[in-house]
Design a protein around this ligand. Structure first.
Ligand SMILES: NC(=O)c1ccc[n+]([C@@H]2O[C@H](COP(=O)([O-])OP(=O)(O)OC[C@H]3O[C@@H](n4cnc5c(N)ncnc54)[C@H](OP(=O)(O)O)[C@@H]3O)[C@@H](O)[C@H]2O)c1
Length: 287
């Protein structure tokens, strides 16, 4: 049975990948800068001395690259060398539907991973539903002001549940047959942020609205939330791309890979608002 090192194992997708793998009897080793118990191992992208010990005995890796790092390749390449040396045969890389392949930046990672191990799959999910119901800056806006602020205009997005991404990742990590080199992953429908706000209004019983702003205002809001200026501008540019229709699509990947339908925003939001979840508490409109 596989031993999978789950990078970002305490994060939105990695924690769900870990749960998926363990439910199927695989060994999932959670990589974290702050291990707090069995099944966790210290791993820090910026401390290469932590890489080989984390990889010891692993046969596969779920790879979440260093978050917010504009040029991650210099950190990821030596890690992949160490993975190959440790006997890792399969890597599933979390990328994004919004990140095209490129010679540098985060767009360089798919080619790097493909060149490093025999079996690799790049996940290209659309925007996570959890951005709206978790700790993300958008969810904070809903909690505090009852509004979602974006520069996406009327553009639509195939929002996807992080649990569905994790299920696709889990299959790609465990299935006997290697998966295709890429999976473009969306939820079941493409929604504008105004559509999403209407769903959240319905589910929560409190008004949630979408407020469209300019790319400049969106950049400033990201920066004010602590995101570095250049990354804030990049995120705002992704909003502008959405306004132009870049994410207006749905794929059958979740159903094809997992054998079940992808979850709707309504289902995910309803679960998050249950007493056990309780992730968002919208403020009053206009608050
Ligand atoms: N949000 C979206 O809509 C969306 C859409 C498509 C793609 N994506 C991609 O998803 C990725 C983020 O994945 P996620 O949401 O699953 O993760 P996440 O919830 O943002 O969690 C980040 C993880 O990275 C770990 N981490 C942070 N700094 C680290 C370091 N220096 N060394 C080792 N680990 C470190 C954290 O672990 P510890 O704190 O425990 O160390 C944590 O588990 C991004 O690359 C983004 O491009 C996001």
């Amino acid at each position: 049975m596989s031993t999978v090192l789950v990078l970002g194992g305490t994060g939105t997708t990695g924690s769900r990948v870990t749960a998926f793998l363990r439910a199927r009897g695989a060994t999932a080793r959670v990589a974290t800068r702050s291990p707090s118990g069995p099944g966790q191992v210290r791993f820090d992208w910026t401390d290469p001395a932590t890489h080989a010990p984390a990889l010891d005995g692993a046969t596969a890796v779920y790879l979440v690259a260093p978050i917010g790092e504009a040029e991650p390749a210099p950190l990821v390449a030596p890690f992949l060398d160490a993975a190959r040396t440790a006997g890792v045969r399969r890597v599933v890389l979390l990328s994004s539907s919004a990140v095209p392949d490129a010679d540098d930046g985060v767009g360089a990672l798919p080619a790097l991973v493909r060149g490093a191990v025999g079996e690799s799959t790049v996940l290209r999910p659309s925007w996570f539903m959890q951005n709206l119901v978790g700790d993300h800056v958008l969810a904070a806006g809903i909690r505090e002001h009852g509004e979602i602020v974006t520069a996406t205009g009327d553009g639509r997005v195939g929002f996807v549940d992080a649990g569905d991404i994790a299920a696709v990742a889990g299959h790609a990590l465990l299935d006997a047959e290697p998966h295709p080199s890429e999976h473009l992953i969306t939820g079941p429908e493409a929604l504008s942020y105004a559509d999403a706000a209407a769903v959240l209004t319905d589910v929560t019983g409190s008004p949630v609205r979408h407020r469209a702003v300019t790319a400049e205002e969106r950049t400033a809001r990201f920066a004010a939330s602590g995101i570095p200026d250049d990354f804030a501008a990049l995120l705002a540019a992704l909003d502008v791309a959405i306004a132009g229709g870049s994410e207006d699509r749905v794929t059958d990947t979740v159903a094809r890979v997992t054998g079940r339908a992808p979850r709707t925003l309504r289902e995910v939001a309803t679960e998050a608002l249950s007493p056990a979840g309780g992730e968002i508490r919208p403020g009053r409109a206009g608050a």
